[in-house]
Design a protein around this ligand. Structure first.
Ligand SMILES: [Zn+2]
Length: 461
């Protein structure tokens, strides 16, 4: 039965996609730093008019980059410690750290496998790429490897070094010796501070106590206890000119002051304790934390047609965020704005550390297929007014059964110190609810309803 089914599938595929024959598929050899990658059988590399396309699995498993896939938006994201490349199936535009960049070929789906242009992805992730047409082989070279020690070539023998790096008292401190030049800039979406140190490499001793991978010349650590900052990442960003890049990932845009390195060496300090920088939620503004439930390896509930709760939660949360960003009297902070996973206690901690005014966790429900409608949960008595205000508007906007405002012992609303509500907007296990939950126009209406309810509750204009 299974075999017949598969043959039938093949025939259908051949009828449906006769153009597949245009792309030559073969088992190309891929070398990373001189070592041939051990591609498992069945991994097919395609050459589309000179653009070599590889399964995304090769990028994650063999090249070691972090890969995530969002089915709802058909988006594949490749990340290392400094770069974030997002590509959408069928679109020849990639988004790199928020910037639109054209690719030679769009990513494609082949029988459930995503193929991406190897050269584009590799180069963006900092690998050098050489294609040997005669041998049908691809040579990838990672920075900091391949014979020459970093700092030994390209006239960079006099490169300055980063000797140490720490984050303490809401300050990033970088110890530099030699003649470095620092360029500090701010990027948004997500908010971050980028420090480029040109004519600089990591010192040989840097790796021993800085959570540093000396092969990839990169490292990172998570920052806890400071609500402004999520993490600090650092890598040898470029070899010519030799450049160390340090990225401070922020929870929201924040002013800072830079000092040090007057003579190119010493301690470079990026201080987030600056008085001129209003923290979110200050200056009369209300601070709202929006929490998209689940994420990454935790899909949450699975809908009747296989749609995932984590995707709905994130889509809704991002829509609410966009609306709140236009509100002059409200600041918004997201617990996650991508397909990532946070522990429940991390979500509550973000809101508590920030001393937020309101916490809203967005979810979708699951139950018997007959179950339908909207529920809103509170834990503390002090959550009730918020839950009521949100529920009333959401029920009206989505038009599903009103299942009421209920008490629920959920970690995120139990452990948050401010009024909080957990929304179960509809049931993914019900086909009518599911299609509404993933309908963009309905999502827009629900997002506007959440903002309306929130503003009524906060009594802000
Ligand atoms: Zn959930």
């Amino acid at each position: 039965m299974k075999k017949v089914g598969f043959l039938l599938f093949l025939v259908v595929m051949m009828i449906a996609f006769p153009r597949m024959a245009d792309a030559s598929s073969y088992s190309a050899k891929i070398y990373l730093d001189g070592q041939e990658l051990n591609l498992s059988s069945g991994v097919v590399v395609e050459n589309q008019n000179g653009t070599v396309m590889v399964p995304i699995r090769v990028v994650s498993e063999q090249l070691g980059f972090r890969v995530s896939w969002t089915k709802a938006t058909q988006t594949v994201t490749v990340q290392n410690s400094v770069k974030n490349v997002s590509m959408v199936i069928g679109s020849s535009y990639a988004t790199i750290d928020g910037q639109r960049v054209q690719m030679t070929k769009a990513p494609v789906l082949r029988g459930g496998t995503t193929l991406v242009p190897l050269r584009f992805v590799s180069e963006q992730m900092g690998l050098q790429v050489r294609w040997d047409n005669q041998q049908k082989a691809i040579y990838l070279q990672s920075t900091g490897s391949g014979g020459e020690a970093p700092g030994s070539g390209n006239g960079s023998g006099t490169a300055a070094t980063v000797d140490g790096l720490s984050f303490n008292e809401n300050k990033l401190m970088v110890a530099v010796s030699g003649n470095a030049r620092a360029n500090v800039s701010t990027l948004s979406n997500p908010d971050r501070i980028v420090i480029d140190l040109t004519n600089t490499r990591f010192s040989d001793g840097f790796g021993s106590n800085n959570n540093f991978n000396s092969v990839s010349q990169s490292g990172q650590f998570t920052v806890s206890g400071y609500p402004d900052v999520k993490s600090v990442r650092y890598s040898l960003f470029n070899e010519n000119p030799m450049t160390v890049r340090i990225v401070v990932d922020l929870n929201y845009a924040k002013n800072y002051t830079v000092s040090g390195l007057e003579n190119g060496s010493g301690i470079l300090t990026v201080d987030l304790n600056t008085a001129s920088a209003p923290n979110p939620g200050t200056g009369g503004k209300k601070l709202v934390v929006i929490d998209a439930g689940h994420g990454d390896q935790d899909p949450g509930a699975i809908g009747v047609t296989g749609k995932r709760e984590k995707d709905f939660n994130l889509q809704m949360a991002l829509k609410v965020q966009r609306l709140l960003q236009q509100e002059p009297n409200i600041d918004v902070v997201m617990t996650r704005s991508t397909d990532t996973f946070l522990e429940l206690r991390e979500r509550a901690k973000i809101a508590n550390d920030l001393k937020a005014d309101v916490f809203i966790s967005i979810h979708a429900n699951s139950g018997p297929s007959s179950a339908s409608g909207t529920e809103t949960y509170y834990y503390h008595e002090s959550d009730k007014a918020l839950a009521n205000a949100l529920h009333k508007e959401i029920v009206q906007a989505i038009g599903l059964r009103d299942r009421g405002v209920k008490y629920g012992n959920f970690h995120v609303i139990r452990e948050t110190n401010m009024p909080g509500a957990l929304l179960e907007v509809g049931f993914l296990s019900n086909s009518n609810d599911e299609s509404k939950l993933f309908d963009p126009a309905t999502q827009d209406r629900v997002a506007a309803a959440i903002v309306r309810g929130l503003k009524n509750y906060l009594q802000v204009n």
